[in-house]
Design a protein around this ligand. Sequence first.
Ligand SMILES: O=C(O)CCC(=O)C(=O)O
Length: 282
Amino acid sequence: MQTLDGEQRRQWNTDGYIVVENALSRDEVTFFNEELDRIRKEPGFEPIKGENLPMGHYGQLPHTEDLDPDGFMDRRDLLPYGKHFIELIDRPNVFDLVVDIMGPYILHSMSQAIVRAPNSTFPGYTHTDGGEALRRIRVTESSVPIAMKALYLLTDTENENTGNLTVFPGSHLRAIPYDGPNPPNPYSPGAAQIRGKAGDCILFPHALWHGPSRNESGHGRRTLLYNYCQLFVRQYDYEVTPEVNAQCTHRQRRLLGDLGYDFMPGSYFYGPKDQLEVITGG
Ligand SMILES: O=C(O)CCC(=O)C(=O)O
């Protein structure tokens, strides 16, 4: 399998992220953009708000609220929308690097498509992933992450304030002052807007302070996100339906939590005997 080169490893350890250029071809970018237009009109999981609902939860909607292709969309659980979304789970030019970063004892934990609308009053925001729990955990520079994300750009963010993923380089090693008097935002000192092209993929751990900048580009900024976690941590956005399961390869099924035997106490604590072989395709 492919591994990080020296410069990528240095950047991962120091800055806490790397950019894989041209991870998707131009044709694939076009294809997935059309898919986002399609799924916007279909039922799916979107953020729901309500007084009695826990923070950040997603519920089933008949379609995305804003049907303008450039309008806001935040759709979770992409695998039921087709095999091409399933194939992104272990697309070799990105997944190989994920395995090099995390090791082979991993699961796919979440899939998501986000469109950030232009010209909105949206100021951007900064956070870490993994909620209240992971926010309190800090790993060292030489540790594999507990969870990480692959963010595929489907539109260019070559200029600043075009909905760029904005990160605080090196912040994966520091606690985010989330509940303090001055929580970070994309315009705080130390923030860096990543400039990338449609097709590039940004890899970063959940612990990195990150989030979107404003979008003044005049069009929707689009991304696909695929998350991974260590085997003992649970997935958090889907149930594997028989339809999805039937379309998966052996490796994809393993990454969706099928250990090759029925669950018993001990499962997911230690990996199955063939885990290395299945994950590395050896
Ligand atoms: O929309 C974005 O740029 C970032 C999404 C995000 O914050 C995340 O991946 O957790």
